[in-house]
Design a protein around this ligand. Structure first.
Ligand code: NAP
Length: 281
């Protein structure tokens, strides 16, 4: 069984990006810039943002974090986003989610100009992705996609099952697999027989949020299994896939932690660089 090492894949991607940033600097005499807006003091968000900043600096991007207290007014945040939209030193803008209740998430997402939307959440980017056009792609599914392609470069005709249909993970993952000519089944909480669906799959991507939902006897021999889930349990962090059981049948599997997570941040850097390059045309 191939253990898909997300830390290693992310380090390799960062190395490639680092070289690209040097070339971009030579060509344009400036480097791509990522600005993250962090609202409130929720510990997980603080950690995510710190890791994003550290990784951005590591590959040579210009990075900035703008912090607001929980009580910040929505209009202040929207005004700042509009300023950043017009700042040519900013290639990518990310507003760390979740937001306090009084701030409308969709309004925030739609205020970021699509060309700087490094999260790929703006409806225009969502539409472009589903139409098969160039767009920013949400970082987690992009990371999953790159890891699947490392194991199996030609996905044409493969049967993929995506478990979960969130805008963050399941839906963009589906679009990426469709683009690769997979036959994709999207499953969710109302799916009648999830086990039977999964048993058909050459590729399973589980993005649900239920600890060890996908069992060993749900997986076809030699399937590629990507576990997006991060669940805190009594036995520590586990994914949406029963790792020990599934590792006995799968051809390749991502661990939790150390699988999809590290690739997510590396893909954010990749998206920032792509936004920069598109803005230079
Ligand atoms: P979400 O928005 O809560 O969506 C969960 C999806 O799972 C929904 O579509 C839901 O169906 C479906 N679902 C729920 N119960 C199900 C069941 N019994 N069988 C089949 N499908 C079921 O979650 P998310 O934001 O996509 O996140 C999913 C997991 O990924 C979480 O554990 C999260 O922490 C993790 N995550 C990891 C990363 C990373 O970097 N590794 C990034 C983001 C998220 P309905 O649509 O019918 O409700």
């Amino acid at each position: 069984m191939i253990l898909i090492d997300g830390k290693k894949a992310a380090a390799e991607l960062r190395e490639e990006l680092k070289k690209e940033v040097i070339q971009l600097k030579e060509k344009y005499n400036r480097v791509p810039g990522l600005t993250v807006i962090l609202i409130g003091d929720m510990a997980p968000s603080q950690i995510y943002v710190r890791n994003k900043e550290k990784s951005a600096n590591e590959v040579g991007l210009k990075s900035e974090v703008i912090k607001y207290p929980d009580s910040v007014e929505e209009k202040t945040v929207l005004k700042k986003i509009k300023e950043l939209n017009n700042d040519e030193n900013v290639s990518g803008i990310l507003v760390q989610l979740p937001l306090p209740k009084h701030i409308d998430k969709q309004k925030v997402i739609e205020t970021i100009i699509p060309s700087k939307d490094v999260d790929g959440f703006h409806p225009m980017n969502v539409g472009n992705l589903s139409s098969g056009y160039e767009s920013s792609v949400p970082c987690t599914p992009l990371g999953c996609y790159l890891m699947i392609k490392k194991v199996e470069p030609n996905l044409s005709g493969k049967k993929a099952v995506v478990v979960g249909r969130s805008n963050l993970n399941g839906k963009p993952m589906t679009q990426l697999l469709l683009k690769e000519n997979c036959t994709v089944t999207v499953t969710h909480s109302r799916t009648k027989d999830l086990k039977a669906e999964c048993l058909e799959a050459d590729i399973i991507v589980a993005a649900v949020g239920i600890p060890e939902l996908v069992k060993g006897d749900w997986v076809k021999k030699d399937a590629i299994v990507i576990d997006v889930g991060i669940n805190k349990t009594e036995k520590g962090l586990v994914g949406d896939v029963a790792f020990d059981e599934v590792s006995k049948v799968a051809k390749a599997l991502t661990p939790v932690p150390g699988g999809v997570g590290p690739m997510t941040i590396a893909c954010l850097l990749k998206n920032t660089i792509e936004c920069f390059k598109r803005s230079q045309i």
